[in-house]
Write a protein that binds this ligand. Structure first.
Ligand code: GUN
Length: 280
């Protein structure tokens, strides 16, 4: 039977640890708030934003909510970011993605001060990560590293295949696994013989965004399988990019959806916020 990697439990542990750290920071007079900005009312984004605010409340940091209408102009959003960059109380700025089509996401990400870039999306944060310098790490890939480490799953020397090359998950995931001394292969929609390449993985990380795509033919006996996908199936049940029932008997460890990678993203966001408060 494969180990079911319990992201809910591990994320809870991390949040408990952060709660203690925040209490110590408060005792030293170190305070700060996370600004959470949402433009429009995409229902999935609203759920994520609510969860992020709840996580702040749990660990004891203040969150400032900015819920802007869909029609907000790029200029208005950029001017809010400038104001938040200059507000000493605000230690982290999170702009929930995706943004409405009339707003240039890259421009918005680049407007956030790298000192407050708790999502780790700013090119300066990405560059620092690439060369192993200090900076905020993107939350989902950093959360996956924590899932592996806290489940005592060895990374060093293992062959890791990452499926997907997005700026938010695939690319930074590959860099972080490399930093942990894995041998890394990045695959994507144009990769030839994808099942064959995936079957070489000791650790298979799937972030392709296609519901229940990865079946048994993609997985080597005993591989560790990390599923970043989150979708609703035909019966409106949450599912990932991996066919869980088919892959679980082959894998040595696997993340479920829900309750695997998802909760870790928020735990790592909180970790970045606490780090930012620490650094003042
Ligand atoms: N949309 C989906 N994932 C994320 C994330 O990690 N951060 C932000 N800001 N938006 C997202």
């Amino acid at each position: 039977m494969a180990l079911r990697i319990d992201g809910k439990k591990i994320s809870q542990q991390i949040k408990e640890e952060l709660k203690e750290k925040v209490a110590l920071q408060k005792a030293e007079g170190k305070l700060g708030a996370l600004a959470v900005v949402q433009v429009g009312a995409d229902p999935a984004s609203s759920v994520y934003v609510r969860n992020k605010k709840n996580a702040c409340a749990f660990i004891g940091i203040e969150s400032l909510a900015y819920e802007l209408p869909e029609e907000t102009s790029e200029e208005e959003l950029l001017s809010l970011i400038t104001e938040l960059n200059g507000n000493p109380k605000v230690k982290g700025i999170l702009v929930q993605l995706p943004l409405p089509a009339h707003i240039n996401e890259d421009k918005v990400i680049q407007a956030i001060s790298p000192k407050k870039d708790v999502d780790g999306f700013h090119p300066q944060s990405v560059g620092a990560m690439a060369i192993g310098e200090k900076g905020f790490l993107p939350c989902t890939p950093a959360g996956i590293i924590q899932l592996l480490k806290r489940s005592n799953l060895e990374i060093s020397g293992k062959h890791c295949v990452v499926v997907g090359r997005s700026n938010i998950v695939g690319k930074p995931m590959a860099l972080l696994m490399l930093r942990e001394n894995a041998t890394v292969t990045i695959t994507h929609s144009k990769t030839k013989n994808l099942p064959e390449v995936c079957r070489q993985a000791d650790i298979l990380i799937v972030a392709m965004g296609r519901p229940q795509y990865i079946g048994a033919e993609y997985v080597k006996e005993g591989a560790v399988v990390i599923d970043v996908g989150i979708h609703r199936d035909a019966g409106n049940k949450l599912c990932g990019d991996v066919k869980f029932d088919e892959v679980e008997p082959i894998a040595s460890a696997i993340t479920p959806v829900p309750g695997g990678v998802g909760p870790m993203t928020i735990a790592m966001l909180m970790d970045n916020c606490v780090q930012s408060i620490e650094e003042g």
